[in-house]
Design a protein around this ligand. Sequence first.
Ligand code: M6R
Length: 607
Amino acid sequence: MCGIIGYVGTRPALPILIEGLRRLEYRGYDSAGIALAQGGKVEVTKSAGRISVLEQRLDFALPQATGIGHTRWATHGAPTDLNAHPHLDASGKIAVIHNGIIENDRALRTYLERQGVQFKSETDTEVIAQLVGHFYAGDLEKAVRQALHEVSGTFGIAVVCADEPDVVVAARQGSPLIIGVGQHEHILASDAAAILAHTSQVVYMGDGQIARITRDDFRLTTLDAIPVAKEVEEIEWSLEEIELGGHEHFMHKEIFEQPDALANCLRGRIDVREGMVHLGGLVDCARELVRAKRIILTACGTAWHAALVGEYLFEELARIPTETEYASEFRYRNPIIDDGTIVMAVSQSGETADTIAALTEAKQRGALTLGVVNTVGSTLARGTDAGVFLHVGPEIGVASTKAFTGQVAVLSLIACYVGRRRHLSTAAAAQFISALAEIPAQIRSMLEQADDAKTVAERYAGLDNWLYLGRGYNYPVALEGALKLKEISYIHAEGLPAAEMKHGPIALITEGMPVVVIATSGSQYDKIMNNISEVRARGGSVIAIATEGDREIKKIAEHVIFVPDTVEPLQPLLTSVPLQLIAYHAAVIRGCNVDKPRNLAKSVTVE
Ligand code: M6R
C-alpha cells in the first residue's frame, strides 16, 4: 500500500528519493509525489500513475539535500494528481506525506474550514498538513506534536518545512517507520527495502513516537515529548534478496528460492537424532504454551491458509484444541478468551492492519500473544509477547509463495515443539523432524523438473473457471492454490474441501472445466479418488497432484503432477509448490502483471 521515503544528508536527495520510491513500488500504489525543501521554499511535484510519470515532471537540476517522497494507494479520494501526496499547508511552506487513515478528518476539516482554510484535495492527509501549518510558529517538531494531539487514527508521517530545510520530522502511530543511519545522512522509510541500498543500520520507530531528523543526528521522543532511547539494529536482509537476480518476476524468483528459504528457516532449530525442536523465541513462554487449553490462530489471505494447516498440526501433534479465525472477523465478534487461551498471529509482513487489530484485541482480553512473522522489526513482531520468525528472506512479489511454505514450516516446528513437551514420543517426533529436514531437498528436486505445471497452464489458461479440491492437510492447499490463480491471473477459482463439492459446487462442473485435485497418498486417498470419479463423470478435466510412484492416478486423471513422498502433515509444503507454478505460468500466458496484480497491495495496512 502507501510507501514513505525521506532523506536528509549531504548527497542530492532526488535520486535517492526516486530510487526509494521504486523499491516501494511492489507494495502497490496508484500515484506518487516528492517534496524538496530548499531555498526558503518547498517544491512539490506529484502525479497520478507510475513513478516514471512523476520522474518526467521533476527538475533534477534543483539543489536538493532534504526531501520526502510517497507512493499512494487511494483510500480517501480518487488517485488523481491533486490527491497524490505530499500535501501542503495553507502557507505552502509545509509538506506532509502520510500512510494510514485519519478517523476524525471530517471534524478537523470542518474546524479548519471555519478558520478560513481552503482544502485542495479530498484526502484525510491534507488535514494533517493544514493542522501543522495552523500550529507552526517557528518549530516544526512542536507543530507536528500539537497537530497529532488533535488527530485520531493511524499514521506514519514525514514532514518538511521551507523555514527548516535541514530537518525531516517523522511520527508513527500504527504504521511503520524506520530510520536508516548513514554517514552524515539519514534515510527514513516505511519499509526496509527502501533503505537497504544505503545502510543496514536502522532504528525502528515505535508507536507514539516522533523523530526530528537532521543530517548528523536525530532525536526520538514520545508524542508527549519524553525522550526515547535509540536502539540501532542491523537489517538482516541483503540488497541481493530484494533484486530480481536474473528472474523475470519476483514471484518466480521466490518460488525457486523455497529450498534455500526453508533450509534457512529450519537451520539450527531441529535436532533429528534427539527428536527435538529448538525455538529461542518461545523459551520464555514455553510453560504457558505447554499448558495451553486452546490456541486461536489468526491471519488474513495466504497467511490464513497457512494458519489452517497449523490448526491441523496443533491438534494432531500437540493435542491442543485449535481454531483458525480470519483476523478481520475475530476482532469484531466479541471473541471468548479464557485463561489458557493463546492467540497466535501469522503474517509475512507483520503490518497487516486486520491482523494487528485482532492481536490488539486479544492482548486487551488478556491472552498470551505469539507471532509467526517474517519481517523483523514489524509492528506484529514488536507487539507480540513472543514468537518465531520465518527467516525466509524478503518477499517482494504480491502473491505470497515462500512466506506460505515458511509459515507452514514454522507452525510445524511449533506444533512439534509443544507436542514433544506434551504427548509426542521421541520416536514420533524424530520421524516428523527427519521428514521436515528433507523438505528443502524435495522441493529442489521438484523445481528441477517443473515443466508439468507449465504444460497444465498452457492447456487451461484460457478458461475462466477452475476448481481446487483437497482433503485434510491439503484442504488449505486447495484454498491457497485457488487464491494464487485468481489474484495474479484474474481467473475465477474456488478452493474446497473435496467432500463439500457434492453439497452444491458440483453443479458448476461442465465439460472440460479444469479441476485441480490434491490426491497425495495418505489416510484420505480412497475418498479423494472417489471425488475424482465424480468430477470425471460430469466431464471435468482433472489435474491431479499425486505422490511419486502412484500408478492408479494416471488412469483416471487427465494430467498428473507428482510430488515426493512425505508424512501427511508436511504434504502442504510440497503440494503447494506446483499450484504456485500453475498460477505463475497462467498469469504470464494471459499477459498479466505477475508481481503487481491489479487492485492489490503487498501488505494491506488498512482495515
Ligand atoms: O503480510 P501478511 O502475511 O499479513 O498478508 C496477508 C495477506 O494480505 C496476504 O497473504 C495476501 O493474501 C497475499 N496477496 C496472497 O498471495
